[in-house]
Design a protein. Structure first.
Length: 412
């Protein structure tokens, strides 16, 4: 039982320091080392390790990476960035647009999608306007995490709760309980970033339109982007109307990537440039987390703790803390049946969605979107966020986020 927990602790430690002697470790390398360790020590069998890798998540990320890379290579992403952010009159205004624009988009296009597409956008904005990249990357990370709270398709754990949490009309219920506190939390993230980066947002902006680099690839990318939006709208309608058929987010990503894979002469170049290291990270993470899950330590801890599992404060606390160690989707898979058995209402279910999601603001490993953003930034621009840089703002932000949701659930 103890070995997977120790491996997880070492992973956290190595991600925090990222340095062993002269060797600078990448996050994906650390997680891969953890996966080899639990395999090598027999904590999980090779067959179980293979089964633990969620193929749907891997294919979803692959499809989105293809679309994101094509948008970037064609220059169409830069063009869209100019169109979306040219109205910003100041650096403060730009920061607000990133937080609310990316946050609201993540609620309906899913947080990982916006993390993939948004990273090159904020890196471009930082370069064009001579702004430090770190606060903009943090703004993107916090935006996609907080924004995704208020929709049943904002992230995988919300979808799990919407499907199995006995919630009538999930879209309406999520917006009813979570829209207002989510908007407040996005605004509070702005003030917190301004406080920690006092000198970062005083420069004047220099808006200029980037030229389209490859017209043919841009046109194909537009088709892919249009497919992505239309399919997600169709997904929303299917969930909203409870139609007797459904299709997964994986299909949406793969169908969206299809025009690029079939009709672009640069498909091989795009394939080489997509973020394979992040895909390796996720495969390794599934193996490590499965070994932690199989150890049963946290399940036993939760079962023996005699806590009031339907208490709002306890739902938020447990989901935030255990999401760091189990990851948010396994945490929801563990906690959801307990709430259903206890006869929890929609408020408790949406509290679980809020807690397990804003857990991503606490530490880097709290959300998959954080990893996507950091890995992409390191690959594309040599920019990064350290464990401490993230936690310095993430810890107070998560505490504030939790307080806002708790107040809204219990007082308002």
């Amino acid at each position: 039982m103890i070995v997977p927990i120790l491996v997880l602790a070492v992973i956290f430690l190595l991600i925090a320091i990222r340095q062993i002697g002269k060797f600078r470790l990448q996050i994906w390398q650390i997680m891969l080392l953890g996966a080899f360790t639990v395999l090598g020590t027999g904590q999980i069998s090779p067959l179980d390790a293979l089964k633990s890798i969620n193929l749907e998540v891997m294919l979803f990320l692959f499809g989105m990476f293809v679309v994101g890379q094509a948008l970037e290579d064609s220059g169409y992403l830069s063009y869209l960035s100019y169109k979306l952010f040219k109205k910003a009159k100041s650096a403060d205004h730009l920061l607000l647009l990133i937080l609310f624009g990316m946050g609201i988009a993540s609620a309906f296009l899913m947080n990982d999608t916006i993390a993939i597409i948004g990273t090159p956008v904020v890196l471009l904005l930082a370069r064009k306007h001579c702004l430090p990249a770190k606060p903009l990357l943090l703004a993107l990370a916090f935006a996609v995490t907080i924004g995704s709270v208020m929709s049943p398709i904002g992230n995988p754990q919300n979808l799990l709760i919407a499907l199995y949490g006995n919630i009538n009309n999930p879209f309406v219920s999520f917006l009813k309980f979570l829209f207002i506190p989510t908007m407040i939390n996005l605004l509070l993230a702005f003030f917190l970033l301004k406080f920690f980066y006092k000198d970062a947002f005083h420069c004047s902006l220099n808006h200029s339109q980037e030229p389209i680099k490859d017209r043919r690839l841009a046109n194909i990318s537009k088709v892919s982007l249009l497919l992505l939006v239309l399919l997600i709208l169709l997904k929303i309608i299917v969930v909203l109307l409870k139609l007797p058929f459904d299709f997964s987010l994986t299909y949406i990503a793969l169908v969206s990537a299809l025009p690029i894979m079939l009709f672009s002469s640069k498909r091989d170049e795009i394939m080489k440039k997509i973020d394979w290291h992040t895909l390796i990270f996720f495969a390794a993470m599934f193996v490590v987390m499965q070994s932690v899950w199989d150890a049963g330590f946290f399940q036993l801890l939760l079962d023996k703790s005699n806590i009031e599992i339907t208490s709002m404060s306890m739902i938020l606390l447990v989901s935030i803390l255990l999401s760091q160690l189990l990851s948010n989707v396994p945490l929801v898979a563990l906690y959801l049946p307990l709430l259903i058995h206890a006869g929890a209402a929609t408020t408790e279910m949406t509290a679980l969605a809020a807690g397990s999601t804003i857990a991503g603001n606490l530490f880097i490993l709290g959300a998959a979107s954080n990893i996507i953003i950091i890995q992409n930034a390191e690959k594309k621009a040599g920019e990064t966020l350290t464990f401490l840089e993230f936690a310095k703002i993430g810890i107070p932000l998560t505490m504030i986020n939790a307080l806002v949701y708790w107040l809204f659930f219990t007082v308002v």
